[in-house]
Design a protein around this ligand. Structure first.
Ligand code: F6R
Length: 242
């Protein structure tokens, strides 16, 4: 496990973007596992800057996002489809048919999960998986539970997660209660994992995930078993790891 702690968010974002850019530049058919939420916004901004400065292309890249809310159409400002377009896709030369996000409006959600697993299987494995961490230790929307699922599945979001994500909606009632998430299988199979954490509110859970027992009650703790885990934290989130 490589733990790097940064004095500023900008430094963290730049380092994360450099790791991602390296994969894009050196792999023949790079596959990126993408996350949404507040944490990676700056990383995507730094990646766009690198793309513009260094003029490397995303034309040969394939991406798969971790999750999507059930019920939000693509043009909803809080859908992860909309987020990815705003924060990354519309600024780079990635062909959109190579960018994959679960469809939270599919009429048959189980079929949508199988379709998504087929896409992930066609990737073989993700070259670099970007992850944030929930206050309850979730990765993707794999919430704490007695057992975790390997494949893509529909999940009931916990009250914790609904509350944490309410900041993006005008009221908590508007936060979807369900999501589609990639399971822990493809995440743990990734060649490299980039776990990003920012802010004091992540200090306890980050410490628990990386230094505590490995348990499905803290899904991020499974990352301890990964041979190529990079943890990038700012001073506040990484406070307990020093
Ligand atoms: C988002 C995702 C979630 C977030 C996590 C942290 O695609 O999979 O696991 O990474 O909820 O969210 P933020 O970054 O908003 O604190």
């Amino acid at each position: 496990m490589n733990i790097e702690i940064f004095q500023t968010e900008e430094q963290l974002d730049r380092r994360a973007a450099e790791i991602i850019a390296e994969v894009v530049k050196t792999e023949d058919h790079p596959t990126l596992g993408l996350a949404t939420g507040g944490t990676p916004v700056g990383t995507y901004k730094a990646l766009i800057e690198l793309h513009q400065q260094q003029k490397f292309t995303f034309k040969h890249v394939r991406t798969a996002n971790l999750d999507e809310y059930v019920g939000l159409p693509k043009d909803h400002e809080q859908s992860y489809y909309y987020y990815m377009n705003e924060h990354l896709f519309k600024h780079i030369d990635l062909p959109l048919d190579q960018a994959h996000i679960p469809d939270g409006t599919a009429s048959d959600l189980d079929a949508e999960c199988r379709r998504y697993d087929d896409i992930l299987a066609s990737f073989g494995r993700i070259d670099v998986q970007i992850l944030g961490i929930g206050h309850n230790g979730h990765i993707g929307f794999n919430e704490p539970a007695d057992a975790l699922q390997a494949g893509t599945h529909c999940v009931q979001l916990t009250d914790d997660t609904i509350q944490a994500n309410a900041r993006f909606f005008s009221s908590i009632d508007e936060v979807p209660k369900q999501a589609i998430t990639v399971g822990v299988g493809p995440i743990l199979k990734s060649k490299k994992i980039l776990l990003l954490a920012k802010g004091e509110s992540k200090a306890d859970i980050l410490h628990q995930a990386l230094k505590g027992p490995i348990t499905t009650q803290c899904p991020a703790s499974l990352l301890q078993t990964h041979p190529n885990l990079y943890v990038l934290a700012d001073e506040a989130a990484g406070r307990k790891l020093k």
